[in-house]
Design a protein around this ligand. Structure first.
Ligand code: UT7
Length: 348
């Protein structure tokens, strides 16, 4: 069966840089805490009015498409991963199709948060392998800044996340020594609520007995009272230490799963590109797998955690810096809300 390969890759980050000290103007936090606990020095925030998750995705996609040597009209399927869509519905895939004046091709949105890009890549890989599509655009993009609360009550969340986008074009290859070797997807919903944004949603408090919910109406009810909004009910929630503990187990597990599925070992990895959740998580995984510094790529220091965009942005930067060369074994791995986690092994 034919394999799929990354034929073009690009990324886009907004020009507005916010340092840790900038954030301490809005909330009780400081550079020392943020750097020590997360490794983050600064992040980018999109222009409030001009930039959206879709427009950033378009900028990354333009570069990926050009590098793949095709035009936007030749893309035959779009997969868009995000947790911060422009609209509750429709998804960003169709907005990107409109903005890039593409043909009336299929557009699929993926809502798998931090592992969204690796999930999207896996879906694209299946479509290429079966021969259904030849040029799939896979995008991961986030405009977190629109939904974050920059008050002290949310400091454990809002100092971590940043905005940006990454994209790849996947094409078939007949070269047996190149392309995506395998992808591995997992989920466990047992702790779905410990890293989540509950509202707006249709649960009407079914899962959230002790949290403020919607008015108790016989029909409808997608209205929040001012009190509920002010209480922070519609803000992202994260139990950071609990997520951290799970992440450091699942990252190595899913990386080892990918290696053993291909009869490879940690020693064969040329570059590990982990989801940029926390520098301490990456360093722990690196140590556990016995990888040297030049075999793990991190850029959370500059961009924070960009969720579905973090893997393609990091992959693209690593490649642009000449740290990934033809024939290299590249491992992508991600873990996040859901929980969902995933890995991909690529022969570059
Ligand atoms: O990408 C999606 C998946 N997400 C993750 O993988 C995130 C995983 N978790 C983490 O990265 C870490 O748990 C955090 C970076 C979120 C937090 O670091 P931590 O070392 O686990 O800190 P903590 O939440 O246990 O908080 C320790 C202290 C608390 O104060 P007290 O109760 O000890 O007095 C917090 O209130 O740090 C305080 N704190 C802060 N202080 C200054 C929390 N956030 C901040 C802040 N600035 N921004």
């Amino acid at each position: 069966m034919q394999r799929s390969r990354i034929a073009g890759i690009g990324y886009y980050v907004p020009k507005n840089v916010y340092s840790n000290n900038d954030l301490s103007r809005f909330m009780d936090t400081n550079d020392e805490w943020i750097q020590e606990r997360t490794g983050i020095k600064e992040r980018r925030f999109a222009d409030r009015l001009e930039e959206t998750t879709t427009t950033m995705g378009v900028e990354a996609a333009k570069i990926a498409i050009e590098r793949a040597g095709i035009t936007a009209q030749e893309v035959d399927f779009i997969i868009f991963a995000t947790l911060s869509p422009d609209y509750y519905f429709p998804g960003c895939g169709v907005l990107l199709q409109r903005e890039m004046k593409m043909k009336e091709i299929g557009a699929l949105d993926i809502r798998n948060q931090c592992s969204g890009f690796v999930y999207a890549l896996s879906v694209a890989d299946q479509f290429i392998k079966t021969g259904m599509y030849k040029n799939i655009l896979v995008v991961g993009s986030e405009k977190h800044s629109f939904a974050m609360d920059f008050e002290t009550r949310s400091r454990n969340v809002s100092v971590i996340f940043g905005d940006g986008a990454g994209a790849v074009v996947l094409q078939p290859t007949q070269n047996e020594n190149q392309g995506i070797l395998s992808t591995h997807l997992h989920s466990d919903g047992a702790d779905a609520e410990i890293l989540a944004m509950y509202y707006p949603g249709a649960s009407a408090n079914k899962w959230l007995k002790d949290k403020p919910g919607y008015p108790d109406k016989e029909l409808g009810g997608l209205f929040m009272t001012t009190e509920q909004l002010e209480s922070g009910a519609a803000l992202p929630y994260m139990d950071g230490p609990a997520v951290f503990k799970k992440a450091v187990v699942k990252f190595p597990e899913v990386i080892k799963e990918a290696l053993s599925a291909n009869n490879l070992t940690e020693k064969d990895i040329d570059m590990l590109v982990p989801h940029q959740a926390n520098l301490r998580i990456s360093q722990y995984v690196q140590q556990l797998l016995g990888l040297s510094d030049d075999k793990v790529f991190n850029n959370i220091q500059k961009y924070g955690n960009t969720t579905a965009a973090s893997v393609p942005i990091a992959l693209c930067e690593a490649w642009e810096e000449g740290k990934i060369k033809e024939g290299d074994l590249v491992c992508l791995a991600a873990f996040g809300s859901g929980f969902t986690w995933a890995s991909a092994l690529i022969r570059w």
